[in-house]
Design a protein around this ligand. Structure first.
Ligand SMILES: CSCCC(=O)C(=O)COP(=O)(O)O
Ligand SMILES: [Zn+2]
Length: 251
């Protein structure tokens, strides 16, 4: 929908359709809260519908949000750096999520339709385990030969999903005192790892995106599964990368 055609911005967040972004963001965040992904107001989720981006408010209990709390902005109406953002629809008592510029990076640089930010303890623990391997900023979570890796797309402009023997790589960036300041590091990681659908933030959480809500959600679920598995593997002394020889026909 083009921004200039919108006469009543409040109508942008009113719909009977449960799959409308203004309904989906609250219902998804309620599910994510049950998984421990968005507790204590941390984390969140944003959805893009063509030019329109739907966002949660900042600092609210994400599992209790209502459609009327949702912000809407037009990508085409923003200045090129996205630093001074304007909103078509703003609920009166809130500020927009501090994650907004990171979500916008996923939408504009990856063409994502949905981006999820979790504070999952499994994600945080994986960054702590990588940190314990020694100094250096170039940290990457790598895992292979686990069935759930098939839950990930091969990358931007590529068709199909990773295979069981492929290695999934998720870059890690340093945390910053303010969420917005993560943006330049997230963008750098996207440049360096063009096929990644996620970026870990050290001692903080993870950003995961997908072409649409279904893909962002299932990739985020697969990743959380792999992070939990990786923590348990580490406790048992099992390496995340193994040299299992492929068996059966290779397609
Ligand atoms: C305890 S949450 C600290 C802020 C944060 O990391 C986050 O993801 C939530 O930001 P928002 O502005 O969406 O509340
Ligand atoms: Zn956060």
């Amino acid at each position: 929908m083009a921004a200039e055609k919108i006469e009543n911005p409040d109508q942008l967040v009113v719909s009977d359709d449960p799959n409308h972004p203004a309904n989906l963001i609250p219902s998804l965040c309620a599910k994510f809260w049950n998984l421990g992904w968005v507790t204590g107001t941390g984390g969140g989720c944003s959805i893009r519908d063509d030019d329109l981006v739907y966002l949660a408010p900042s600092g609210v209990q994400k599992e209790l949000m209502k459609p009327a709390d949702i912000y809407v902005l037009s990508l085409a109406a923003q200045e090129p750096t996205f630093k001074q953002r304007t909103y078509i629809r703003s609920p009166p008592i809130y500020k927009p999520s501090q994650c907004t510029p990171l979500f916008l990076a996923a939408f504009t640089r990856r063409g994502a339709g949905c981006c999820i930010h979790t504070h999952s303890q499994w994600a945080v623990l994986v960054t702590l385990l990588l940190e314990s391997q020694g100094p250096g900023n170039d940290k990457v979570f790598e895992i292979n030969n686990i069935e759930q890796i098939k839950g990930f797309g091969k990358g931007m402009n590529k068709t199909g999903n990773l295979g069981y023997h492929d290695t999934l790589r998720i870059p890690v960036i340093e945390n910053t005192p303010h969420e917005e300041d993560l943006t330049e590091f997230l963008e750098e990681a996207m440049e360096k790892y063009p096929d990644t659908y996620a970026v870990l933030v050290r001692r903080h959480g993870v950003y995961v995106w997908g072409d649409n809500v279904h893909k962002a959600k299932t990739q985020c679920e697969s990743l959380d599964y792999l992070f939990q598995l990786a923590v348990e593997m580490k406790k048992l002394g099992i390496p995340w990368i193994s040299n299992v020889t492929p068996v059966g026909p290779q397609r």
